[in-house]
Design a protein around this ligand. Structure first.
Ligand SMILES: Cc1ncc(COP(=O)(O)O)c(C=O)c1O
Length: 255
């Protein structure tokens, strides 16, 4: 986003950053959102900062955007204006009824002080995976040195996605195949023949070989080691049917 910032500034553009999965992450020493005009965070369950229901937040340093967001989320109503004319209720915009549910807000207020510590634990889980999976034929994500990511899962590329998925599930590992099939192959889009969707070999390769290993702050070192051993076992013992070395010549998104 830092590089996008430079381009946006040259052309007078605004940046809205999707940080739904990135609460706790940083880049170039700045917390996520620092380079955007507005940044959205999701508080859906299983996000790095998750509630037990639906919810989200937008951060901005821009007073104008902040006011507009308040208006949009609260029926376009602005309580401050009523001071001059008691009892009157002014609506400055056609807004929505979209506040953060107070119950979720209360829960998130309790969780927020732990975000830094829990992000560190997520990173430690990933370091454990990296150490155990390096050199076994699995393709691991690579991160820019300036970035300090957070993780909702650890996405790797394996030789045989179906074999790895089934084996991990059978052995009690909470593996998921996020992003498979690719979005343009989802039934909702499949018939639309989206432009260029027949020419995405990297996406094809990645979506057909990725598996997402669990990453949570409370995942113990033993649990992560066990998951990594199952993956290693598949590759080292050659249970996989895929041709050796076919796993992922492309990188995998980190989060
Ligand atoms: C990258 C990304 N953006 C946006 C969203 C949507 O968030 P929400 O479910 O809170 O609307 C998600 C959640 O699945 C996400 O992972």
């Amino acid at each position: 986003v830092k590089r996008l910032r430079e381009i946006a500034d040259r052309h007078g553009l605004k940046i809205v950053e999707d940080a739904a999965l990135a609460a706790g992450a940083a880049d170039y020493g700045q917390p996520v959102g620092a380079f955007a005009d507005a940044t959205i965070f999701s508080f859906a369950p299983y996000k790095p900062l998750g509630s037990v229901g639906a919810g989200g937040m937008v951060t901005t340093n821009d007073d104008e955007i902040a006011l507009r967001l308040r208006l949009l989320s609260g029926y376009g109503h602005i309580p401050e204006r009523t001071a001059a004319t008691p009892g009157h209720q002014f609506h400055l915009d056609e807004g929505y009824n979209a506040p953060l549910d107070p119950l979720q807000a209360a829960l998130l207020t309790v969780k927020l002080p732990y975000l830094r510590e829990w992000t560190e634990r997520r990173r430690a889980v990933v370091r454990g995976y990296e150490e155990r999976l390096r050199g076994c034929g699995v393709r691991l994500p690579v991160f820019r040195p300036e970035s300090a990511p957070t993780f909702r899962q650890y996405t790797i590329l394996v030789e045989d996605q179906q074999a790895a998925y089934t084996e991990l599930l059978q052995k009690g590992v909470e593996v998921v195949l996020h992003y498979t099939p690719a979005i343009y192959k989802q039934p909702v889009y499949a018939n639309r023949k989206l432009p260029g969707s027949d020419r995405l070999p990297v996406t094809e390769r990645v979506t057909s070989s990725l598996v997402c290993l669990p990453v949570t702050p409370d995942l113990s070192e033993e649990q992560a080691a066990y998951a990594a051993e199952v993956v290693r076992g598949l590759h080292v013992s050659g249970t996989s049917q895929a041709r050796p070395g076919s796993a992922g010549r492309a990188g995998v998104p980190g989060t």
